[in-house]
Design a protein around this ligand. Structure first.
Ligand SMILES: *Cc1c(COP(=O)(O)O)cnc(C)c1O
Length: 236
């Protein structure tokens, strides 16, 4: 069983890495500039351990309760945990306990909560501003993200928080639209941000279905779930 699953994950990982290499070659980029984050939500800690054994160093989760339990189960495995989901301020302290990076910072209160939480730990927490490109003011059910015009102020707030490091930007391409123009806009916003904050070099975008377009537009961090782990079991 475990051997079968390991072989399946190894094959998926090899296929994703090949696609990353091909997309980088097409874009004239060095694959070393692109970090693969395995999004392991709804899959067991045993899969995280198998992926780590296959050389994956970065894993991501979108719910605190599940992530906290999984990170505990994987204690002793050298991994960077990324939090990529919508986050309530009352979960900030828990997330700061295991995560190295929060990709989904989208409002000032969350910056302040993460800053207080990270201040209690002995390491700095890297934060990305999640930008929403969904039409209208509501970014849709459960997706989150700040309006593009709010990015500079949120970034300044993160950069000035002693326990936080500004990493850059994150986005999820809206459903049902061509992702290329969205990724191009995100790249522009990221370039503007780097003029003020040169350290903010991360562009976290690109998922299972749009990773090639993301790489073409400068993504530095891909968040890949289904292509690595298979179709997700449904939440109970
Ligand atoms: C689930 C999830 C992903 C991975 O999506 P796939 O389509 O399975 O690759 C990436 N980012 C976020 C924020 C997610 O919640």
């Amino acid at each position: 069983m475990a051997a079968d699953r390991r072989a399946e994950l190894a094959a998926n990982l090899a296929a994703v890495r090949r696609e990353i290499s091909r997309a980088c070659a097409d874009a004239g980029r060095d694959p070393a500039e692109v970090t693969l984050i395995a999004i392991t939500k709804l899959f067991p800690a045993s899969d995280v351990a198998l992926l780590a054994g296959l050389g994956v160093a970065d894993v991501g989760e979108n719910r605190d309760q599940e992530a906290a339990a999984k990170a505990r189960e994987c204690e002793g495995i050298d991994l960077r945990w990324h939090f990529v989901g919508q986050l309530q301020t009352n979960k900030a302290r828990s997330v700061a306990g295991y995560a190295s990076v929060v990709h989904s910072v989208d409002r000032p209160q969350l910056v302040d909560a993460l800053s207080r939480a990270a201040g209690r730990t002995d390491r700095s927490l890297r934060c990305l501003v999640q930008v929403s490109f969904d039409a209208g003011s509501d970014s849709g059910p459960g997706r989150g993200g700040a309006a593009p015009e709010d990015l500079p102020e949120l970034a300044d707030r993160i950069a000035s928080a002693p326990a936080l490091t500004l990493g850059g930007v994150m986005a999820v391409a809206p459903l049902g639209v061509e992702p290329g123009p969205v990724f191009a806009r995100l790249a522009e916003l990221a370039a503007d941000l780097r003029e003020r904050h040169p350290e903010a070099t991360w562009i976290s975008t690109g998922m299972s279905d749009d990773l090639t377009a993301a790489i073409a537009h400068g993504a530095t961090h891909l968040r890949i779930g289904r292509r690595l782990l298979g179709e997700r079991p449904s939440r109970r």
